[in-house]
Design a protein around this ligand. Structure first.
Ligand SMILES: [Zn+2]
Ligand SMILES: [Zn+2]
Ligand SMILES: [Zn+2]
Ligand SMILES: [Zn+2]
Length: 335
């Protein structure tokens, strides 16, 4: 924003009377809020040494960037950076430091929860690489700085010419600019909207149900693999101790009781939800309780399930909102 020309001001700016304590010196550059990054892991860091991890990362980066290592309520790592380093920078350097989390199994790296997530629609997929997104946006939209790592909302299929990109900005002002004016990307203006926390087909990582905000989910926790009453990340094969799919796994879906993981594309509950789209109705959701519904036949196939909503697994402290609009589910099923 250009500064107002002082000559155009017909009035005199009266300086507020300084309180005795205030000094005349120019304020030292305010240390910006330390940025944080969440490292999502499959194995909860039950006992770990914050200092050992911090030192390992800094060593791998050959520079002191990490100030603090802690864990979140959801058993992920929260990395606090020294104030002169940005989360974006840290995320970009992931290949260098990720081995520090080898023992915990990195699932994802998340930017700070205070950033606004946006979706740019109609981003060309031909002659355009996601790796160019940040540079392209920042060159042609000087008011906007892309944070974190932009990603496709859904991996664009080859025959599609355009896709939607999920990205973040740090400030409300940038968010407004993007939504109001769109973004110039790859020579065109694309439409931008605020990313919703969930859609009808968002699968909750806690209860495996659909259509609600996983951040506020109060349903009983269900394992995605075996439908057990434990978080998926705590799944453990009784035979080999594997925490993921293994040859002994007898998958069970907590939505339809079928012999598949809860995120299987062949799940009838998932298919029913997909078939009902597009919809604006809030009643969409799995109506089949854990005991309802016939058992689907044995399904073999890809376990590429419902679109994993890019927002569902964050360790956000924000957006927790009021404890769930429970009344919105006329079918009586819990949120
Ligand atoms: Zn849920
Ligand atoms: Zn399990
Ligand atoms: Zn096993
Ligand atoms: Zn199912």
């Amino acid at each position: 924003m250009a500064a107002k020309k002082p000559t155009e001001q017909p009035w005199k700016v009266v300086q507020p009377i300084k309180k005795p304590r205030a000094t005349q010196q120019p304020q030292p550059p305010k240390p910006t809020e330390s940025e944080r990054v969440t490292v999502r892991v499959t194995k909860g860091p039950a006992d770990y040494s914050p200092m050992a991890i911090r030192n390992a990362i800094n060593q791998k980066l050959k520079s002191t960037i990490v100030a603090k290592v802690a864990t979140s309520q959801k058993d992920n790592f929260v990395i606090t950076l020294l104030s002169n380093h940005t989360a974006a920078e840290f995320i970009e350097k992931r290949p260098l430091w990720q081995s520090a989390f080898e023992a915990y199994g990195i699932q994802g790296v998340e930017e700070p929860s205070t950033w606004s997530k946006l979706i740019a629609h109609g981003v060309p997929t031909r002659d355009f690489d996601l790796g160019l997104f940040k540079a392209e946006v920042e060159t042609f939209n000087p008011d906007v700085r892309v944070k974190g790592s932009p990603r496709w909302l859904n991996q664009p299929c080859p025959e599609k010419r355009a896709g939607s990109v999920v990205f973040s900005v740090a400030t409300e002002a940038e968010k407004r600019t993007c939504i109001q004016k769109g973004l110039i990307v790859a020579g065109i203006t694309v439409k931008v909207e605020a990313a919703k926390a969930f859609t009808a087909s968002t699968q909750c990582f806690r209860c495996q149900g659909y259509g609600h905000n996983p951040q506020t989910c109060k349903n009983r926790v269900k394992c995605r693999l075996c439908a057990g009453n434990h978080p998926t990340r705590h799944h453990k094969c009784p035979t080999c101790g594997a925490s993921e799919t293994c040859s002994h796994l007898q998958p069970r879906c907590s939505n339809c009781t079928g012999p598949h993981p809860a995120n299987h594309t062949d799940c009838e509950v998932y298919r029913a939800i997909k078939a009902r789209r597009p919809t604006t109705s809030r009643t969409v959701g799995p109506t089949a309780g854990p005991t309802a519904g016939p058992t689907a036949g044995p399904t073999v196939g890809p376990t590429v399930g419902p679109t994993v909503n890019p927002f569902q697994e964050e360790d956000t402290e924000m957006e927790a909102g009021p404890p769930g609009p429970k009344k919105l589910r006329p079918d009586g099923s819990p949120w």
